[in-house]
Design a protein around this ligand. Structure first.
Ligand code: NAD
Length: 244
């Protein structure tokens, strides 16, 4: 059975993507530095199949080992593993900067390097990279924003490079979504209501709002779409200041 490789699959957006792709008929390979057991349980509860792999996406040898043991030929890759350090530039150490860029950008590169040859050998496929509205705007923190801007640029760059191998590549830029990444900040009622006030659709996103977009880009309905970024943010960055 064709395999969909999903990083960051133990939580939030990665988990929701794994569930959607399993519903589309893929065996999902769940890659995460944390325990993806709960995601696997949820996939199987809904009649899907999944295999979990504990791996740090920045460790190329470990990722190569996982790609050699996938439960089927990889036809979809979703790069979603991410971290954030909420610090302004001058408060960010070089070590913190490197870690954020390492996971959010170099980790995507490592997965691309390891999965693309197998995907091409399988006859092609579709890659979806989770970027962020932070990569489009000044809404965020420098190390994270720079890494996400890099994801957008890398995705555009690869569209032409991968087309000849039958591979499409696109990104999704979520706005503010309930997940492990921002559980603490959204737990603060002042931050939460100020955030909702800046979202024209009037609510924080759910991981499945993003997974639906990812499933579309990964699937046959997006057969003529490559090198694109789809912003899924409830209208947040289309307005200068909504200020309800
Ligand atoms: P999350 O914290 O719920 O999930 C991130 C997952 O990535 C976790 O399971 C974590 O263990 C895993 N991970 C972290 N470092 C890893 C590593 N080195 N190797 C393997 N796995 C690792 O957060 P989320 O919001 O679901 O994040 C998914 C993606 O969405 C990230 O790329 C994030 O930057 C992006 N994003 C999130 C939001 C949001 O508001 N939640 C907005 C824009 C973009």
């Amino acid at each position: 059975m064709d395999c969909a490789v999903v990083t960051g699959a133990a939580s939030g957006i990665g988990r929701a993507c794994a569930l959607r792709l399993a519903e589309s008929g893929f065996t999902v390979a769940l890659l995460d530095v944390g325990d993806a057991g709960e995601t696997r349980r949820l996939v199987e509860e809904r009649g899907g199949t999944a295999a979990g792999f504990a791996v740090d996406v920045t460790d190329e040898a470990a990722v190569a080992g996982v790609v050699g043991r996938l439960p089927g030929p990889p036809r979809v890759l979703v790069n979603a593993a991410g971290i954030i350090i909420r610090k302004k530039l001058l408060e960010t150490s070089v070590q913190e900067w490197r870690r954020v860029v390492d996971v959010n950008l170099t980790g995507y590169f490592v997965l691309l390097r390891q999965v693309i040859p197998a995907m091409a050998a399988a006859g092609g496929g579709s890659i979806v990279q989770i970027a962020s509205i932070a990569g489009h705007t000044g809404y965020g923190f420098s190390s994270y924003t720079a890494a996400k801007g890099g994801v957008l640029a890398l995705t555009r760059q690869l569209a032409a490079e991968l087309a000849e191998q039958g591979i499409r590549i696109n990104s999704v830029s979520p706005g503010v979504v309930h997940s492990g990444l921002n559980r603490d900040t959204l737990g603060n009622e002042v931050i939460r209501s100020a955030t909702v006030g800046n979202i024209p659709l009037g609510r924080i996103g759910e991981p499945d709002d993003i997974a639906k977009v990812v499933a579309f880009l990964a699937g046959p309905d997006a057969a003529f779409v490559t090198g694109a970024d789809l912003v899924a943010d409830g209208g947040m960055i289309s307005t200068i200041h909504w200020g309800k």
